[in-house]
Design a protein around this ligand. Structure first.
Ligand SMILES: Cc1cc2nc3c(=O)[nH]c(=O)nc-3n(C[C@H](O)[C@H](O)[C@H](O)COP(=O)(O)OP(=O)(O)OC[C@H]3O[C@@H](n4cnc5c(N)ncnc54)[C@H](O)[C@@H]3O)c2cc1C
Length: 460
């Protein structure tokens, strides 16, 4: 990697000429605000924040930075959980927060073209009038650019796929300032190398997304939520595999451990008991289809020994349940104000999910470590939330985290199902990817020879 140069007053003048005085700041309050995302990683403030308002702003900023060898880190809204957006080497923080326009709704094609800074919740609020929505849902109001860059997924992946499955075309600014289009609005594409999916998940290390055309789906006519509590973690997890194997297509299939259920109940009063619990959602085009599915789910849960099953088609109740689920991390933090938390994320093939959870339970039993479990179980994805107060407890949490990641990889899974590599998962890349990591390095050198784009991420 090239040695980087400092952001001088001359560079600030040039950046100001590109984006205008209203869209640049070196104020410490602004820099500190964007020094760290929602992760546990150490903050590092950028030297300057530049708010792009157009693709041309992004392109010209990158060209300047590349010529001057200054690092550039893209910023969505900083909800990442792996330090993905921390400006590890300082330099320019290129914020997309002001690029929030919906450029065009292609309602007949079930597509929308947007700027990268729009929040997915804000986008869906606008799309409601077309009866359409963008399915990936990471809970937080993450930006579309940040979601694509991290290949974010969330609760609906089990039915609708992750961000990578819901994007067709993007405009991307490369490190040297070139603006290129990747992908197409055609659902089928077999034309040349798949650069679209090379950029998706690259965490702003290969280019900066300036526009994206997304796939949409019709808002389902009929929706239900099912909450099933189990006497043991094993029973709950085996039920996940059974539901997935039944041919039913849940739109969400989430596991929540007993501790979390008690906290959600205390905070939101959503009828939970302190047991390992599955939250499920089903979508259907007809009421009959929905009811038929609910009968099967109930049968499966009963067979697997569920201690209680509650199904509802009431929208308000369903939304209340999901609100509680989405706020689970905040609720956990509020319940233990003296603790800090780090959230880790691994994913395995669904058949290996029971073995993974069993291993996490074993780690919990064998170590004096505070951890809770919550996960997008239907995708074989789990988040272990470690709480700590002292440096020793933090070190222990990291040691346990390492063991869990290694086990997930050994089970045929991955070091990160949806949060991305960022800073926290870089050390596992050689283990997971072997020689393929050299190919990734070669791609990085080709697209960003001076290494200015989000340096310090992905590669150990
Ligand atoms: C409470 C909570 C719950 C969460 N739950 C989930 C979940 O269920 N599933 C899930 O997947 N994630 C989840 N996340 C993580 C987070 O929401 C996602 O990682 C999200 O993708 C981050 O988006 P952002 O806009 O905040 O991006 P940022 O955090 O600002 O940036 C993320 C990465 O994207 C890069 N980037 C940002 N914009 C662009 C762009 N336009 N072009 C290129 N690179 C860019 C940044 O440099 C960085 O590497 C959760 C986070 C929180 C706080």
């Amino acid at each position: 990697m090239t040695a980087f140069n400092a952001v001088t007053p001359h560079i600030i003048d040039q950046l100001t000429r590109i984006v205008g005085a209203d869209n640049i700041s070196t104020a410490s309050a602004e820099r500190e605000l964007r020094a760290v995302d929602e992760s546990h990683h150490a903050p590092h403030a950028p030297d300057v924040i530049v708010w792009a308002r157009t693709a041309e702003h992004v392109s010209a900023t990158l060209k300047l930075a590349n010529d001057a060898r200054i690092p550039v880190t893209a910023w969505g809204v900083g909800t990442g959980l792996e330090g993905n957006a921390i400006a590890q080497f300082g330099g320019i923080m290129l914020s997309l927060e002001k690029m929030t326009r919906i450029t065009e709704v292609h309602a007949d094609d079930f597509q929308v073209t947007v700027e990268p800074g729009i929040g997915h919740k804000d986008l869906n609020a606008e799309l409601a009038r077309y009866g359409l929505f963008f399915a990936p849902d990471p809970g937080a109001n993450a930006t579309i650019g940040g979601m694509l860059a991290n290949n974010a997924a969330g609760i609906r992946t089990v039915k609708y796929g992750a961000s990578k499955d819901n994007v067709l075309k993007m405009q991307v600014a490369l490190a040297d300032g070139r603006l290129i289009n990747v992908g197409s609005r055609s659902i089928k594409q077999s034309s040349g190398y798949d650069l679209l999916h090379l950029i998706v998940g690259s965490e702003g290390t290969l280019g900066i997304i300036t526009s994206a055309t997304l796939k949409l789906v019709p808002v389902p006519m009929y929706q239900s939520a099912v909450v099933a509590a189990f006497p043991s973690v094993e029973a709950a997890i085996e039920t996940v595999v059974a539901v997935r194997g039944s041919g039913l297509e849940p739109a969400a299939l989430e596991f929540i451990d007993a501790e979390h259920c008690a906290l959600l109940q205390a905070a939101e009063n959503v009828g939970l008991t302190p047991h390992p619990t599955l939250f499920m959602e089903f979508h259907s085009a007809s009421d009959a289809g929905l009811q038929e599915g609910l009968v099967i789910v109930r049968e499966i849960c009963e067979e697997m020994g569920a201690s209680s099953i509650h199904a509802t088609t009431d929208n308000t109740e369903r939304q209340k349940l999901w609100r509680a689920r989405h706020h689970s991390l905040e609720i956990l933090k509020r319940a233990y104000p003296q603790k800090k938390f780090c959230v880790m994320d691994v994913s395995v093939p669904i058949s290996q999910y029971p073995a993974l959870i069993d291993y996490v339970e074993q780690i919990k039993a064998e170590n004096d470590v505070f951890l809770t479990l919550i996960g997008h179980a239907g995708d074989g994805n789990v988040h272990v939330e470690f709480g700590y107060e002292t440096p020793e407890q933090f070190e222990l949490a990291l040691a346990c985290d390492r063991l869990i990641v290694q086990r997930a990889i050994a089970l045929g899974g991955t070091a990160t199902g949806e949060h991305g590599v960022g800073l926290g998962k870089a050390e596992f890349m050689p283990l997971e990817h072997g020689e393929a990591l050299d190919v990734m390095r070669a791609i990085k050198r080709t697209l960003d020879p001076n290494g200015i784009l989000n340096p310090g991420k992905i590669f150990p």
